[in-house]
Write a protein that binds this ligand. Structure first.
Ligand SMILES: Nc1ncnc2c1ncn2[C@@H]1O[C@H](COP(=O)(O)OP(=O)(O)OP(=O)(O)O)[C@@H](O)[C@H]1O
Ligand SMILES: [Mg+2]
Length: 261
């Protein structure tokens, strides 16, 4: 049964999409079966995988409205070796419509149920908001990965996100856990980054991934070629960091499975 992870942070531009695509590609390179779900109307995960959003036959909006099954909307990202449930910009306009529907918070969860067992990991790339779409992501997920930049306002934003997660656990998804905190665009020479990083460790302890993702121009360039960094420049610091992170995630899961057995 696939492990469903919502990649979320209501702060914009912290590396949610970059992390979703590159973790998906790195885990796929270790032969794990991966589904990437693009829940952001910006559609950056879809375009970053080389998908022409305007040419899609079916996409996330149809799936949330119950008009198309997830199976029919899912596409293969051939080169990268994982699957994607793509989105298009119409999803933004559909948010209000979604609010009037029955099961408005669990439409993604219901839609993903028939496909989850085909995958080892499902990553949901959430939009930068705490909107009904993000709530759908948090209700569908088993856990939350929070990418963040170690800067001054990051911790303030984090407490709003933690409150939302707590609310979701209270009324909709009691099993929702924090999967991990991922430091992105990280520069250990920056004193503030070190301070914020120390605070994160104090508060979240082992939930903070040991692997931090450095700022690396290849990570920013790769999406314009529709590729993950691993295929664009596999020797780049960015590609290596996401491979290391995938290894860390697998080891964590093996340890957790071992202690549960
Ligand atoms: N480690 C990195 N090094 C260099 N550039 C990065 C890195 N991570 C992300 N970027 C760049 O920073 C910008 C924001 O990243 P990204 O789109 O992944 O963030 P996001 O949290 O998904 O944004 P949004 O909130 O708009 O969905 C992008 O231009 C991306 O290419
Ligand atoms: Mg994004």
């Amino acid at each position: 049964m696939g492990k469903i992870i919502a990649v979320t942070n209501q702060k914009g531009g912290v590396g949610k999409t970059t992390s979703s695509i590159n973790i998906a590609a790195s885990l796929a390179a270790t032969r794990r079966k991966i589904l990437l779900v693009d829940l952001d109307p910006q559609g950056n995960a879809s375009s970053g995988c080389g998908i022409e959003k305007d040419d899609l036959q079916s996409h996330m909006l149809d799936v949330l409205l119950g008009e198309v099954s997830a199976t029919d909307a899912i596409m293969k990202v051939e080169q990268s070796g994982f699957d994607i449930l793509p989105t298009c910009s119409e999803l933004a306009a559909a948010e209000a419509h979604l609010l009037e529907m029955p099961d408005k918070e669990s439409r993604l969860k219901i839609a993903l149920q028939p496909v989850v067992e085909k995958y080892d990991y499902v990553f949901i790339d959430c939009p930068p908001s705490l909107s009904i779409l993000t709530v759908n992501g948090l209700v569908a997920a088993k856990s939350v990965m929070i990418p963040m930049q170690c800067e001054y306002y990051a911790l303030e934003g984090l407490s709003a996100l933690l409150q939302t997660i707590e609310q979701i656990t209270e009324y909709a998804n009691p099993e929702l856990k924090i999967e991990g905190i991922l430091r992105t665009m990280y520069d250990p020479r920056n004193r503030l980054a070190l301070e914020v990083s120390a605070k994160l460790h104090e508060h979240f302890e082992e939930k903070v991934y040991r692997t931090a993702i450095p700022r690396n121009v290849r990570l920013a360039e790769a999406p314009s070629y529709g590729l993950p960094a691993l295929l664009y420049d596999k020797l780049s610091a960015g590609a290596k960091a996401y491979l290391a992170l995938a290894g860390e995630m697998i080891r964590r899961d093996e340890v957790a499975a071992g202690s549960a057995a």
